[in-house]
Design a protein around this ligand. Structure first.
Ligand code: GRF
Length: 203
C-alpha cells in the first residue's frame, strides 16, 4: 500500500496576518474564531500587537499566538513610537497588517514599510464619518443609516481606497453601544470577505 500525503490546505493559498489593536479586541476575537472554524483556509494570524496594555491581546495568547505591546505613552514622539512598533512588527513575516480597533494613526515609517498591505475596518460608511468617534458622530448627525467599511490604510484619517462597505440602518432609540454592536457584526463579515479576495491575489 502506498501512503499519499494529503495537504488539507490544497488549493488555499497560505496567508499570514498581523493584527494591531487598542482595546477589547472583539473584532480580533471574531477573526480568530472564524479562522478556528476554517472559514478562511490557509490564513493564519501570526502576531498581534497593541499600543497599550490591551485586554484583547488575550484572544491571541490563549491560542498560542505571539503578542507584543509597544505603549505609545512610553515614547516622546510619534516617530520614535513608530520605530519601536516597526521593529516589533519586523520580527514576524506576514502578508497583511490588519488594524482592528487600533486607536492611533500609524506613523509614516510603518505605512512606508507595508505599502498597500495595511487594512483597516471602520464603523461608518466611508467617506462619511471618518475619525475616532464615527458611531457617536452618526448619531449626533441624526442620519437614518450609517454603515461599516473596510479600507486600505493611507496617510490621512480613514481616507484610503474603500475595499468593501455596507449600509446599516440607525434604529429609533439607538444608543452608541447598540448601534456599534450591530456595526461590528457587519465589519467582521466584510473583513473576512476582503481577506478572501486578497488571498486570491497572493502569488
Ligand atoms: C471597531 O468598530 C473598529 O472598526 C473601530 O474600533 C472597533 C473595535 O472594536 N476602529 P473591538 O476592540 O474589536 O471590540
Amino acid at each position: 500500500m502506498t501512503l499519499v500525503a494529503v495537504d488539507e490546505t490544497q488549493g488555499d493559498k497560505p496567508m499570514k496576518l498581523a493584527v494591531l489593536i487598542s482595546g477589547t479586541g472583539s473584532n480580533l476575537e471574531a477573526l480568530l474564531s472564524a479562522l478556528d472554524r476554517s472559514e478562511l483556509p490557509g490564513a493564519e494570524v501570526v502576531i498581534v500587537g497593541a499600543d497599550r496594555e490591551a485586554e484583547g491581546l488575550q484572544h491571541a495568547s490563549i491560542r498560542g499566538i505571539p503578542t507584543f505591546t509597544v505603549p505609545f505613552r512610553d515614547y516622546s514622539s510619534r516617530a520614535l513610537w513608530g520605530e519601536a512598533l516597526l521593529e516589533a512588527l519586523r520580527a514576524s513575516e506576514f502578508d497583511y497588517l490588519i488594524l482592528s480597533g487600533l486607536m492611533r494613526l500609524l506613523p509614516k515609517q510603518v505605512l512606508d514599510a507595508y505599502p498597500n498591505r495595511i487594512i483597516n475596518t471602520h464603523p461608518a460608511y466611508l467617506p462619511e464619518f471618518p475619525g475616532a468617534h464615527a458611531v457617536r458622530d452618526a448619531l449626533a448627525a441624526g442620519v437614518t443609516e450609517t454603515g461599516a467599511s473596510v479600507i486600505e490604510v493611507a496617510p490621512g484619517v480613514d481616507d484610503g481606497p474603500i475595499l468593501a462597505r455596507e449600509r446599516i440602518p440607525v434604529l429609533a432609540g439607538d444608543t452608541e453601544e447598540a448601534l456599534h454592536g450591530r456595526i461590528k457584526i457587519v465589519e467582521r463579515r466584510l473583513l473576512l470577505q476582503v481577506l478572501k479576495d486578497l488571498q486570491e491575489k497572493l502569488k
